[in-house]
Design a protein around this ligand. Structure first.
Ligand SMILES: [Zn+2]
Length: 498
């Protein structure tokens, strides 16, 4: 069992955050005035379905502690905890658009509960329901039988029809405080007997953007691999520290080109290869990017640095003088650092951006309208063009909630879009693998949907970069776009050039 499931809060007291929703529901339970329909809105991993289940237990527990706190011992509580209570019906609107489920719900809701006192329906990701399903649900919500209660949960409140919202008592779930997440991780670490550094837990908490589920998932990943140390967390996320890196980075920001080059030479004289240093500086820039999240101007500078140095890294092996690409990169980075990024980068970007933004805003509005009026499952939004995706890709990145997924995705770029399938090419298979897991893909898909209002499938691949060690590694682990060696690669093979 995953740690997240193991430590899923089982009563009001152990649920982290969401004080307002918790208190209101507890006092409604006490005064027997619970609303028949609730709408829980908020980011993923903030406790929506956990609270819904606790509510179901609170309603049905045979021997509640202090009036409304479920005992987690009685038959009803244990059945709910193990997912066996037939009177608790959970519908995942994301995996099927709900027509059959809602039809079945309407047919069966009139029957009295079989084991518990009440029937509780939890509809997760309710915004995914089709127009027909929403209409059917609305009829039920208008006159629910006295034994039936509803909790609708969503990450996208704006997609819920007004008619549904008006039938529900609504709670907004906020991101959980970093300190609360660290505290919870600490409790788990201690219960599990894991060795940890508090700083490492803080870093995990900071990186999970208020989502406890992601935080616990990341913690578990670290714990499985041994002690949970800051170094390990940083390393696994591609963040590395180092005084010289900070110095180097600041020289770039201050446009001290010569100093930066001198520092590079110093570092090299200590036996570090240019390629290794480039890798470290890219990691350091990523770390800065995370720290600067929310400050778009700084983030833009750092993103540009990452692009510049990633490009340099790809060119190293092709360059007749190995230092040349990094020296050029230093000059480019210094030039960029002093310009105002919003006006500065390649002139095409500066021109395109406002237009792209305006187009996107118009599209956003159109999508919202479409959704509130009537979302239907099969409606394909106006055809999306690849150029537009490419232009607005930053907005997709911005819409991703979990920093380490966002960070990993920054390593890739969209290269093709056809029949709803977007191909993203990554520089590194490590980052591709991070994005590749089902949950992380779903995050990217959600962000994409937020920006463009349409769904997509992802096709991830590693960029075919001639001669970099990256590709060699990739050819073993993942399948590159083409396995045909290029002429240069063959030549390199023949001459034994790395
Ligand atoms: Zn109980």
């Amino acid at each position: 069992m995953s740690l997240y499931l193991k430590y899923r809060p089982q009563n009001f007291t152990s649920l982290v955050g969401q004080e307002h929703a918790k208190k209101t529901i507890q006092s409604a339970l006490k005064s027997n005035s619970l609303s028949h329909a609730y709408l829980f809105c908020g980011p993923r991993g903030t406790g929506k379905t956990s609270l819904a289940r606790i509510l179901a237990k609170g309603l049905n527990c045979v021997s509640p502690v202090s009036e409304v706190e479920p005992c987690n011992q009685c038959e009803i509580c244990t059945s709910i905890n193990t997912g066996r209570l037939v009177d608790l019906i959970e519908i995942d609107a994301a995996s099927n658009r709900g027509i059959d489920e809602i039809r079945e719900l309407r047919e069966k809701i009139v029957f009295a509960p079989s084991q518990a006192k009440t029937k509780v329906y939890i509809i997760d990701e309710v915004h995914m329901l089709t127009k027909e399903a929403f209409n059917a649900l609305l009829k039920t919500l208008e006159e629910p039988p006295s034994h039936a209660y509803f909790v609708l949960a969503t990450t996208e409140a704006h997609k819920i029809p007004e008619t549904i919202i008006s039938r529900c008592q609504q709670f907004s779930f906020s991101r959980i405080d970093v300190s609360d997440i660290s505290q919870r991780l600490k409790e788990i670490a201690e219960t599990e007997g894991a060795k940890y550094e508090m700083e490492a837990l803080d870093l995990i908490a900071k990186l999970s953007a208020g989502g406890l589920r992601d935080a616990i998932g990341l913690f578990e990943q670290m714990m499985t691999a041994g002690d949970v140390t800051t170094e390990k967390v940083s390393e696994s996320l591609g963040l590395t520290g180092g005084e010289h890196l900070e110095k180097f980075f600041n020289y770039l920001l201050e446009r001290k080109t010569l100093k930066a080059v001198q520092l590079l030479n110093q570092i090299k004289s200590k036996g570090r290869s240019t390629a290794q240093f480039l890798k470290e500086i890219i990691s350091y820039c990523r770390e800065q990017m995370l720290i600067n999240l929310g400050n778009s101007k700084d983030t833009q500078i750092v993103l540009r640095f990452i692009e510049i140095f990633t490009q340099a890294k790809q060119q190293i092996d092709l360059s007749p003088i190995p230092e040349l690409p990094i020296e050029m990169a230093i000059i480019k980075a210094c030039e960029f650092a002093v310009e105002k990024p919003q006006e500065a980068p390649a002139s095409e970007k500066a021109v395109e951006k406002p237009v792209a933004k305006a187009v996107a805003e118009i599209k956003d509005e159109a999508v919202k309208k479409e959704v509130t009026e009537a979302t239907t499952a099969d409606e394909t939004p106006t055809e999306l063009r690849f150029e537009q995706i490419k232009k607005d890709w930053q907005r997709v990145l911005d819409a991703i909630e979990t920093p380490f997924i966002k960070m990993s995705l920054t390593d890739g770029e969209p290269v093709r879009y056809a029949s709803g399938i977007l191909t993203i090419a990554f520089n590194s298979s490590t980052y591709m693998d991070k994005v590749n897991s089902a949950a992380n893909q779903a995050d990217v898909q959600d962000a994409f949907e937020k920006v463009f209002g349409s769904k997509l499938s992802l096709n991830l691949e590693v960029k075919k970069v001639e001669l970099t060690p990256l590709v060699k590694k990739t050819e073993e682990s993942a399948k590159p776009a083409s396995t045909e060696p290029t002429a240069v690669e063959m030549a390199a093979e023949v001459f034994g050039i790395k």
